[in-house]
Design a protein around this ligand. Structure first.
Ligand SMILES: O=P(O)(O)OC[C@H]1O[C@H](O[C@H]2O[C@H](CO)[C@@H](O)[C@H](O)[C@H]2O)[C@H](O)[C@@H](O)[C@@H]1O
Length: 354
């Protein structure tokens, strides 16, 4: 067995190819800059109201790329996406003199993936590590989950939270040395016009997927997750067909896939990448600001949007949490949440020795 095949069955996706890994802080001129929504939260909300493109960023019908592990060369992949722990000192050297801003995905990054989404609680050790980081750097949680739910898992009021894949952003409710006096006023909800339709689709999908044992629908406020981790593999296609047939009636919604989950969300140009940009701007770091060093850690495809933004900014680093080679725009990797915790602790220790 190769080093990575043991993990391939879970949610392996495309093998690493074509994306080179630059050194931290380098400008990534070779990477095609993605077309992104500009103009901040209000303009995105206007775009949201006009959105009519159902297939814009969805996935091809019937495609299940996470079931098709390809055997990339693990060592080669690690060379392109070295361990952020092994390269810690060089990351730190590149960040020297700049303001680190920490962005953390939740599921699969701060907690291991578990069968029941409601049981993905964060350990006390991880909470301490995140708390420690937030004492030194502005810190945000960026999650596909509903903001309230992820807050209830993390329980740290001094953080920024971007729920619903970045479509629901709120500033800290507790003052810290990094939050400005009015930080709690930071709020961005570019998809608020979609609330009624998301509720309606939630009810429809819950009813339509009920006959499929193990399928569950999670209401993440501005988006929905249809989970199939506990569904028999033979039923996956039927489940996807059910979901697609419901979505046919809603051309303003689109379908994407995560880790054994179908994600339904508004077809607006707003994702975790936009959330990262919005938060940096809220913190006073506009696009061209060279004094900032954002670090984004995530494990899922939705995190790629944020990694791409960092590449196009040419600032900071993306760190993919994965035990297997995956195509990614992140520059570094960590294998699992326990390594994320270690990375966060190291960052805190580095500040203490400053
Ligand atoms: O952006 P994230 O914080 O990573 O959220 C993405 C989705 O995470 C959750 O689902 C995933 O984790 C579950 C618990 O470990 C697991 O059972 C599921 O199979 C994974 O897909 C969450 O439940 C979803 O709502 C989020 O969209």
């Amino acid at each position: 067995m190769t080093k990575h095949t043991a993990f391939a069955a879970d949610d392996a996706i495309t093998a690493a190819a074509g994306v080179t890994s630059p050194q931290p802080g380098r400008r990534f001129t070779s990477y095609p800059p993605p077309t992104r929504a500009r103009g901040g939260c209000r303009l995105a909300a206007a775009a949201a109201r006009q959105a009519t493109d159902p297939g814009a960023a969805g996935v091809a019908a019937g495609s299940w790329p996470e079931l098709v592990p390809r055997h990339a060369d693990f060592d080669d992949w690690m060379e392109k996406h070295p361990s952020a722990l092994a390269e810690f000192e060089s990351v730190l050297a590149t960040a020297k003199g700049k303001q680190i801003v920490m962005f953390l995905d939740y599921d699969g990054t701060l907690t291991p993936i578990v069968k029941d989404p409601d049981s993905a609680v964060m350990s006390e050790e991880m909470r301490d590590a995140v708390r420690g980081v937030a004492e030194h750097f502005p810190t945000a949680i960026v999650s596909g989950r509903c903001r309230d739910k992820v807050f209830n898992f993390v329980k740290l009021a001094e953080l920024y939270y971007a729920g619903s894949h970045g479509m629901d952003i709120k500033g800290p409710t507790a003052q810290s040395k990094h939050t400005k006096a009015k930080a709690e006023a930071v709020l961005c909800q570019p998809a608020s016009a979609f609330l009624p339709v998301i509720d309606e689709v939630y009810r429809t999908l819950t009813a339509r997927t009920a006959p499929i044992p193990g399928a569950t629908v999670e209401n993440n406020k501005f988006c929905l997750s249809v989970h199939f981790r506990c569904v028999q593999e033979e039923k996956w296609r039927a489940l996807e067909e059910q979901v697609r047939s419901v979505l046919k009636e809603y051309p303003d919604l689109r379908l994407t896939k995560g880790r054994k989950v179908l994600e339904i969300r508004p077809s607006i140009e707003w994702d975790k990448g936009n959330a990262l940009q919005f938060l940096l701007e809220s913190l006073g770091f506009a696009d061209s600001n060279d004094n900032v060093f954002p670090i984004y850690i995530g494990d899922d495809r939705t995190d790629e949007d944020a990694f791409k933004v960092l590449r196009s900014m040419g600032q900071g680093i993306g760190i993919l949490v994965s035990k297997i080679p995956k195509e990614t725009a992140a520059s570094y990797s960590l294998r699992e949440p326990s390594e994320v915790k270690e990375f966060l602790r190291k960052l805190v220790r580095s500040k203490q020795r400053d």
